[in-house]
Design a protein around this ligand. Structure first.
Ligand SMILES: NC(=O)c1ccc[n+]([C@@H]2O[C@H](COP(=O)([O-])OP(=O)(O)OC[C@H]3O[C@@H](n4cnc5c(N)ncnc54)[C@H](OP(=O)(O)O)[C@@H]3O)[C@@H](O)[C@H]2O)c1
Length: 244
C-alpha cells in the first residue's frame, strides 16, 4: 500500500483523529500540504470525518492510515513524497511501580518505538526530500509528573530520540520537539477545579494553551525554522520556567 502521492508534498501526523493531532493536521493542510491522518481503530470514525473534511477543501489532499502503534509488528505502508513526520500519538494514563510491566512496554511502543519504526521506514524518502520531523513531548519530560511513571519515561525517551536523531540525520533532515504544558483540559482525566486553579496559578500567561497554538508551533518547526535542529520549543505559557 502506498499512502504517498506522486505529485504532492505529504506530511504524516500520528494520532491525528481528534484534539491536538487533528488541529496539527488542519494547520499543516492549510499550509498547502497533503496530510496522512493516522489513528488506531478506536478513533477511526473521527479520522474518516477529518479526512473527508480536508478532501472537501482540496481533492485528494488527505488519506488515512489505521495502525495501533503499541503493536509489536507494525504494518508500514510506503510514503512517497513524505516531507514531514509529526510524532503526536500519545497515551496519557496513570501508572507507578505497582502497574503491570506490560503497560510500560505499551507506552514505550506508542511514544518511542512505534515512532522510531516509522522514522526508520521513512528515512530515505525524508533524506531525499530534505524533510523534517517534529515530536510532541511534554514539559514533564524534564520534571516528572507524579503518578504518570510510564508516560514520563516513554515521553522522556522520545525527547532524547529527538536530540539523537537530529545529530544522526543532519544535515538532511531536521528533527525538533515541541513540549506543551497544559493545553485544553483532557477529557478522560477530568481535573478538579482546585487542581485547575493550582495549575493556572503556575502559568505566567494565566491560561491553558489551545490546540491551534500547539499546531502553529509544530508548523514553525516543520516548515519555517530552517536553521533549527535538535531544539525544543516550549508551548506552556511560561510554566516550565517556574516548576519547582
Ligand atoms: N493536552 C495536554 O494538555 C498536553 C500536555 C502535554 C503534552 N501533550 C501532548 O500533546 C499531544 C496532543 O495532545 P492531546 O491532548 O491531543 O493528546 P491525546 O488526547 O492523548 O491524543 C493522542 C492521540 O493519540 C492516539 N493514540 C494513543 N495511543 C495510540 C496508539 N497506540 N496507536 C495509535 N494512536 C494512538 C489517541 O487515539 P484514541 O483517540 O484512539 O485514544 C489520540 O487520538 C500529545 O502528544 C500529548 O502527549 C498534551
Amino acid at each position: 500500500m502506498n499512502l504517498g502521492h506522486a505529485m504532492l508534498d505529504t506530511v504524516l501526523i500520528t494520532g491525528s483523529a481528534k484534539r491536538g493531532g487533528a488541529a496539527i493536521a488542519r494547520v499543516v493542510h492549510d499550509r498547502g500540504y497533503r496530510v496522512i491522518v493516522h489513528s488506531r481503530k478506536s478513533s477511526e470514525q473521527e479520522a474518516r470525518l477529518l479526512m473527508a473534511e480536508l478532501n472537501v477543501k482540496r481533492a485528494d489532499s488527505a488519506c488515512l492510515w489505521i495502525e495501533d502503534l503499541s503493536e509489536q509488528m507494525l504494518t508500514l505502508p510506503d510514503f512517497t513524497n513524505l516531507v514531514g513526520v509529526v510524532a503526536n500519538a500519545s497515551e496519557y494514563r496513570n501508572s507507578d511501580l505497582s502497574s503491570p510491566s506490560a503497560l510500560l512496554m505499551e507506552d514505550l511502543r506508542t511514544h518511542l518505538l512505534g515512532h522510531l519504526e516509522i522514522i526508520k521506514h521513512c528515512k530515505d524518502v525524508l533524506i531525499k526530500r530534505q524533510g523534517a520531523i517534529v515530536a510532541i513531548c511534554d514539559i514533564h519530560t524534564e520534571r516528572p509528573n507524579k503518578n504518570y511513571l510510564s508516560y514520563n519515561i516513554s515521553k522522556g525517551a522520545l525527547h532524547m530520540a529527538v536530540k539523537a536523531l537530529a545529530a544522526e540525520l543532519a544535515p538532511d533532515v531536521r528533527v525538533n520537539a515541541v513540549s506543551p504544558g497544559a493545553l485544553e483540559w483532557p477529557i478522560a482525566h477530568s481535573i478538579d477545579t482546585a487542581r485547575q486553579q493550582e495549575i493556572l496559578a503556575s502559568i505566567p500567561l494565566q491560561r491553558v494553551g489551545t490546540f491551534e497554538e500547539l499546531a502553529k508551533a509544530v508548523c514553525f518547526l516543520l516548515f519555517d525554522a530552517t536553521y533549527t535542529t535538535g531544539a525544543t520549543l516550549m508551548v506552556d505559557g511560561g510554566r516550565s520556567s517556574f516548576l519547582a
